[in-house]
Design a protein around this ligand. Structure first.
Ligand code: NAD
Length: 510
């Protein structure tokens, strides 16, 4: 079981390890001849080479899942619950191992990686209550001698396609409810940090999950397209950028699948003049630069209302030099590198873009990035950002926080509501009635009141509005259970056959 865990010890960080698929309960080396590099972003060196699946390899995973589904769906709810308690324990016991994979391949600091695993674990814990979650309704005597009841059944083989920025938690959002509901699962994780998924597969096997119920195929567009078009996959969950989310939604629905496709974000944090400015500045720095800004719920745009702006920018500026940027394995580091060199360079290019567009560069992260080959960028702050600028419109997805200044609450809300994204949003104020009005007015799926990263707890569901979500149902929580099951309503009667007669009229209930 520890084979995969051993691959990425710090000492072996310079070696290139092959990362293979997981099909039918075992590691399967890719035969497509295509693969991609995996880096340790803190060192800037390649540590892995991940196999890219062909259409045939995706099909092998789907066929394994299809076979496994037939018996998995018959496993009783009490046995599924028992298994989920074992999974919960194993993930809990190996949380640090999983977190290390995240730090070594994604770059986020270990404490943040542990936080990611902990939030994923909460979804697994929610799924331990699957018998309660799958309960239907029962109406006795709906008509004379007739009872009506509803049940929810699994869909079959379902797939998840996940982004680089939460290599453990986002897959857990999907596979845990999908499997608990009785489906078999095929995961296509990000090719940038794929090891946590294979490690998870080993944990699930150790917990006693039957072979084929959880499969991992790595890859790029070829593997994704094979999933989207596969006739034996009933549903697809996707989390990633908006253009790919839209593509996944359109392609998979055209192939008859149920789809939830979560896209990108531009999350605003509105600071009203009555807010506690120190608290707001702490929140902005934490939510803007945590995980190097590579969170779909990161605050990327601060909206300073009225008199709040100068004091707020000053308070943030004061805090920036204290943010410790360095290797995620160093316990002193608060912010790690970005995931790849290309992404770091793209994020950094927005600093010049902002200046060219007329924003004020208050802090330039290129000047404070640690030396060496790691994909580092220090914290950057752009003031006087305007909605028409690219630095406002684009999801930068890095440690570049923008500040835009408006005069009124109404202007601030209009900015959020007119933005094409609608993932998370936060308001900082001491006025409860304004906060309540905000919750009513704002067009976004997840709202924080004095909470900068309002990721819902596991027993609610996660999802944005507008271009941040294509599809109807949010992930995990009650909507996750709904997504991974189909409803069925049974109408039953047990009449005396002697009373039977032909009646061609439409069935009446009264
Ligand atoms: P991405 O869209 O590039 O990749 C996501 C997945 O799609 C990966 O598995 C990738 O292999 C695959 N993919 C990439 N290009 C593809 C293509 N052309 N055709 C088919 N498949 C393709 O996203 P990313 O860079 O890995 O992740 C960052 C993005 O994810 C950000 O936009 C972020 O906001 C978003 N995100 C959103 C949420 C949310 O809940 N809304 C959560 C996390 C991340």
């Amino acid at each position: 079981m520890t084979e995969v865990a051993d691959q990425f010890t710090e000492e072996r960080a310079g070696e290139v390890t092959r990362i293979s698929h997981w099909i039918d309960g075992q590691r399967v080396e890719g035969a497509s001849g295509r693969s991609g590099p995996v880096y340790n972003p803190a060192l800037g060196v390649q540590t892995g080479e991940v196999d890219f699946a062909s259409v045939e390899e995706v099909d092998a995973a789907v066929q394994s899942a299809k076979r496994a589904f037939e018996s998995w769906r018959t496993v009783s709810l009490s046995r599924r619950t028992e298994l989920f308690f074992r999974i919960r324990q194993l993930v809990h016991d190996h949380a640090e191992d999983i977190a290390r994979f995240l730090t070594l391949e994604h770059g986020k600091v270990l404490s943040d990686a542990k936080g990611e695993v902990a939030r994923g674990l909460e979804v697994i814990e929610f799924c331990c209550g699957i018998p309660e979650l799958l309960k239907g309704a029962f109406s006795e005597q709906a008509s004379t001698g007739i009872d009506v009841y509803s049940i929810r059944q699994p869909l079959g083989v379902v797939a998840g396609i996940t982004p680089f920025n939460f290599p453990a938690m986002v897959p857990m959002w999907m596979w845990a409810p999908a499997i608990a509901c009785g489906n078999a699962f095929v995961l296509k994780p990000s090719e940038k940090d794929p090891s946590a998924s294979v490690f998870t597969a080993e944990l699930l096997k150790e917990a006693g999950l039957p072979d084929g119920v959880f499969n991992v195929v790595h890859g790029d567009k070829v593997a994704v397209d094979a999933v989207l078009e596969h006739p034996d996959i009933a549903a697809v969950s996707f989390v990633g950028s908006t253009p790919i989310a839209r593509y996944v939604y359109e392609t998979a629905t055209a192939h008859g699948k149920r789809v939830q496709a979560l896209g990108g974000a531009k999350n605003h944090m509105i600071v009203l003049p009555d807010a506690d400015i120190d608290m707001a500045a702490d929140a902005a720095v934490s939510a803007g630069y945590g995980s190097a800004g590579e969170r779909c719920m990161a605050v990327s745009m601060l909206v300073a209302v009225g008199g709040a702006a100068d004091e707020l920018v000053g308070a943030i500026q004061e805090r920036l030099p204290k943010v410790k940027v360095g290797s995620g394995l160093d316990p002193d580091s608060e912010m790690g590198p970005l995931v790849t060199r290309e992404h770091r360079d793209k994020v950094a290019s927005y600093i010049d873009r902002g200046r060219e567009e007329g924003a004020t560069v208050v802090a330039d992260g290129r000047e404070t990035a640690p030396d060496g080959g790691g994909f580092y960028l220090g914290v950057s702050l752009l003031d006087d950002v305007k909605p028409e600028m690219d630095v406002y419109k684009d999801e930068i997805f890095g440690p570049v926080l923008g500040v835009t200044r408006v005069d009124t609450y109404d202007e601030a809300v209009r900015l959020v509501n007119e933005n094409p994204y609608g993932n998370g949003v936060a308001i900082f104020t001491r006025d409860g009635s304004v906060a309540r009005q905000f919750q009513f007015d704002v067009k976004a799926g997840m709202v924080g009141v004095n909470v900068p990263i309002p990721v819902p707890v596991a027993y609610y569901s996660f999802g944005g509005w507008k271009s941040s979500l294509f599809g109807d149902l949010h992930v995990y929580g009650p909507e996750g259970i709904q997504f991974y099951t189909r409803g069925k309503v049974v109408t039953a009667r047990w009449p005396d056959p002697a009373t039977s007669k032909v009646d061609l009229g439409f069935p009446q209930t009264r």
